[in-house]
Every structure is written in structure tokens, then in C-alpha cells.
Design a binder for this molecule. Sequence first.
Ligand SMILES: Cc1cc2nc3c(=O)[nH]c(=O)nc-3n(C[C@H](O)[C@H](O)[C@H](O)COP(=O)(O)O)c2cc1C
Length: 340
Amino acid sequence: MDLTTKYMGLTLRTPLIASASPLNRELATLRALEDHGAGAVVLPSIFEEEILAERREIELRIDELPASGFAEAQTYFPAHTAQSLGPERYLDLVRRARDAIDIPVIASLNGMTRAGWIDYARSLEQAGASAIELNIYFIPADLAMSGRDVEQRYLDILAAVRAAVELPIAVKLSPYFSAMGAMARALAAGGADALVLFNRFYQPDIDTVALRLSLDLELSTPSEIRLSLLWIAILYGRVAASLAATTGVESANDAFKYLLAGADAVMTTSSLLRHGVAHMRSLVEGLSTLLAAREVGSIEQIRGRMSQQNVKDPTQFERANYVRMLQEYEHEPHRRRGGG
Ligand SMILES: Cc1cc2nc3c(=O)[nH]c(=O)nc-3n(C[C@H](O)[C@H](O)[C@H](O)COP(=O)(O)O)c2cc1C
């Protein structure tokens, strides 16, 4: 079975990618993921805040040095940064991951402004990352900010990273745009080689007894697949960027759905956290089995088969389907009771 796929110019031997999470911080995990058939790995994010904190610390230390202290600084900083600061260790992780495995190592840069930290992307490139996944995690809680401002912020950050590196860039973005399609096109025009759909926003809950916010992180379930599935199906063949799916992949069948919708690559984190790294093998083998059952020899033959462009009735992805769903629900009372 030919599971190879092209993703933002990289050739992946399988479309399954272990998405960013602390799991991928360990070299042993990265090696195991490669052994189990992952097409690529995304390292956990390095955060804008970590990069800025390091810079501030260095500036403070420069202020402490005597005016003639440059030579002293040469010995002072490297030892300090290598031991204790996030960004240096992250670069080291990129280098070690690069040496440890042959599949692409995608570094994840996570931020929400374009000031003071973007040049770190160049360090990721020099450290040997195969690509950068730019996670723009931004909640526009400033009510004076317009939709246009939010869009521009994404585009400005992308433009700054684009100017800094030659590497392929994937943008992992939020689903909360009023015109997702236009935004996807603008990002592609602004230099995104891939879009990762979607960032899963972690909203706080309220603990009603202690009256405080609870920030526990819940793993995804397959029922959350539909938002990304919808937009991948709509965008397939209509934006000049690769599409990666993230959220809700628990089984090979979920990955298969994303490919049918039009994904070039399919990512998973929750399933690996839940079942262990070896689960990657069951996803890869399960995908081969599903393709074989349909008598197709490669992913190319099924990719996008269920995209909006390729289904018989494209309105199924739009309002007409919503109206139909509501009407059918009324006519099928057994569903209301949760029966089959
Ligand atoms: C424990 C944990 C840590 C994560 N850390 C990151 C991260 O550092 N950067 C990032 O872009 N996404 C991060 N994610 C999000 C995942 O990469 C992924 O997009 C999300 O969990 C949805 O995919 P899933 O349904 O396969 O879990 C994290 C998710 C989990 C569960």
C-alpha cells in the first residue's frame, strides 16, 4: 500500500503525524513514533513568552556587567542559558531529534504578537528543523478589536516569520473567523505552505464549589472531528496550501475520513496520550486495511473524494444540509431517544 503523501513540500511516508504535545519531547518517543510508522513529528511548542522571558533575563544581566565586560559575557551566558532557559534547550531538542530520526521534525512556534521573538524562527531553521508550525493562539478579549484587526494580526505574524526563514511554514489556526475561506486564502497568499485545522481552544470551566476557574485539559473525542472535517472538505482544492487535520483522531477510520475530506496529513495527540505511542502503528496499519478494502493502492486515489468539490451535492456542506438535518431529526423520533 502506498501511503506516501506530500505535505507542504515534504514527502511523508505516511500521512499520520504525531502533533505537538509533551510526548514528543523525549527522543525515545520520537524514535518509537518513527518505528511505528509516523510520517512526521511536531515538537511541543516553544512559546513567545519563554523566548521573551529569556531575552529579558539576558538584558538584565547585560545591565549588571561592567562596561568592558564583553569577554566576560562570552563565558557567562552560554553556561547559564544551556542549563536553565527554555529556548536554548528547545534548539538542542531540535538538533537531537534531527539526529535521532529520519522522518521530518517540525518545530512548533507558539505566539500571538510579532514583536521581539520572531527571529528565533531562524535559530530553529539553523538547528535543523524540517519545517515550522506556527501556532497563533490568540483570544481577542479586547472588545475594541475588530475582525479585520484579528485577521491582520495573523497575517503580520506570518509575514514576519516568512521573512525570517526559508523553511516551509504551517499555520495552526483557530476556527473562529467569520470568513474562514477568505482567511485561509489570505494566509496561503501570505506565505503559509500549510494550514493546520484547527487549534483546539482550551476554555476554562467554573468550579461552583470553590468558585474558581478550573483549567484542566481534557483530551479530545472523535465527535469533535466535524468542525475540522467540514473546513477541510470546503477548502480542499481551493487554497494554495497543504491541509493538515488536527482534532479527534482516535481510530484509523477517523484518519480515513479526514483524507476523504481532502487532508494532506492527519495529526493525532489525544489518541497517543490515551493509548500509548504504539497506537500510531494501529492507525497506520488500519489505514492500509481501509484503503485495501476499497481496492485502492494509494492515498492519492481517495484524497478529497468527499470534499465539497467532489461530492454530488455541494450544498451538503452548507445551510441546506443544516435545514435537512433538523427536519430529518423530527421525522426520526428513535434518534431522539438515543436509539440506533
Ligand atoms: C497535553 C497536550 C499538550 C499540547 N501541547 C501543544 C503544544 O505545545 N503546541 C500545540 O500547537 N498544540 C499542543 N497541543 C494540541 C495538540 O497538538 C492537538 O492539536 C490537539 O490536542 C487536538 O488534537 P487531538 O484531538 O489529536 O488531541 C497539546 C495537546 C495536549 C492534549
